[in-house]
Design a protein around this ligand. Structure first.
Ligand code: NAD
Length: 347
């Protein structure tokens, strides 16, 4: 659009949210006209997947329980063969971003309608984005046809997340909202979603960490993560997501932990360049937002530095150069020296 004009586009999406929403899944697949469901799930979602399989009865055509992080195409081919043999007419995915990514990859190749049932806060279920790996190379594409048409948020399914994943996955969601606030293509609508989501995460994450079985707090945190996912779908992500993408690929790092440890460093770098976003975040956080997010990130019982995560210090410069050579839109210009400094701090 011409300068000063913002564009806000949304994908058609039906969302069911609330305790017990998972029991609606058979009605949702029926609503899609499906009679032969392929159920994709990870081992962590075995319980809810078994429960759904029983509820679908003869409507269940096949199961695939081998999704892998970053959607390797070999695994997609395997799942595709299962879908074809079973004559599947719909895909239901229960799990984190890995299970949902596989359903997107299947749907992108077959046109099958999807129902996504997330068990983490990663947000993939509401985006038209898909990252796939082939021969160790990850490529990302964006296509409205990849986005699940139905999403079911049941907070019950998030109760099994251990404390560490709860924390890092919620900070992964927070990163979507924070980058949406300083995005060049932010709109009044994305600002609204992002602000509400930052508020929801910062206020409810401590409550969930204090009592991971608090279902009401879990439900509020999941709702905030939903809004964060919409931010990821609606705005172009900047330096934070680029660093996560490049470093995650180069050093094969765990997705949520990487986001969690990077976020305060990127906020510290970018916020001086976007005073209005900094003020807004300070208002929501009730103080210094970088300190608030650092405090949360440092509370992780797992790795909180690149050194602990196993990233070689002498690999940082090359990663910084790759990021600087082909930058995502970011509110503060970042050359290879500045990015190297940021990464060394995180190291
Ligand atoms: P994940 O799906 O890989 O899950 C991480 C681990 O947690 C796995 O071992 C999983 O089995 C376990 N787990 C998941 N939910 C659980 C639960 N409720 N209880 C206990 N254990 C549970 O991790 P993720 O962070 O959700 O997703 C990361 C993947 O999703 C990456 O491949 C990333 O690129 C992709 N992603 C894509 C988008 C997008 O818009 N395309 C957005 C976010 C993430």
């Amino acid at each position: 659009a011409s300068s000063g004009v913002t564009v806000h586009e949304t994908l058609p999406l039906r969302v069911l949210a609330g305790l017990g929403a998972r029991h609606e899944i058979p009605r949702e697949t029926e609503r899609l006209g499906a009679e032969r469901v392929l159920l994709v799930s990870t081992r962590s979602a075995r319980g809810p997947a078994d429960e759904l399989a029983a509820a679908l009865g003869p409507g269940l055509a096949a199961r695939f329980d081998g999704p892998v992080v970053h959607t390797p195409v070999e695994v997609t081919r395997e799942a595709l063969a299962v879908a074809e043999r079973a004559g599947a007419d719909c895909v239901v995915a229960i799990g984190g971003g890995s299970a949902i990514g596989l359903a997107k990859a299947l749907s992108g190749r077959t046109g099958l309608p999807q129902v996504a049932v997330p068990t983490t806060y990663a947000g993939s279920e509401v985006t038209p984005n898909l990252g796939e790996t082939e021969n160790g190379v990850k490529t990302t594409r964006r296509d409205p046809a990849l986005a699940p048409g139905t999403v079911v948020y049941d907070p019950q399914l998030t109760l099994t997340m251990p404390k560490g994943l709860t924390l890092t996955s919620a900070l992964n969601a927070l990163a979507h909202s924070v980058e949406a606030l300083w995005a060049r293509d932010a709109t009044a609508a994305s600002d609204g979603l992002a602000s509400e989501s930052v508020d929801g995460i910062l206020t409810t994450l401590p409550a969930v960490l204090a009592d991971p079985a608090d279902i009401a707090a879990r439900e509020r945190l999941q709702s905030a993560a939903w809004l964060a996912g919409l931010c990821l779908a609606q705005t172009r992500m900047g330096l934070h997501h680029q660093l996560a993408h490049v470093l995650g690929g180069a050093f094969d790092l765990p997705h949520a932990e990487l986001h969690a440890l990077l976020l305060p460093h990127v906020m510290g770098f970018n916020l001086p360049a976007v005073p209005r976003t900094a003020e807004r975040l300070a208002r929501i956080a009730g103080g210094d937002p970088v300190a608030a997010v650092s405090r949360l990130a440092r509370g992780h019982e797992g790795p909180t530095t690149f050194a602990e995560l196993g990233v070689p210090r002498d690999g940082l410069r090359e990663a910084a150069e790759r990021v600087a050579a082909n930058p995502y839109p970011n509110p503060r210009a970042a050359d290879a020296d500045a990015i190297t400094d940021l990464l060394r701090q995180a190291w």
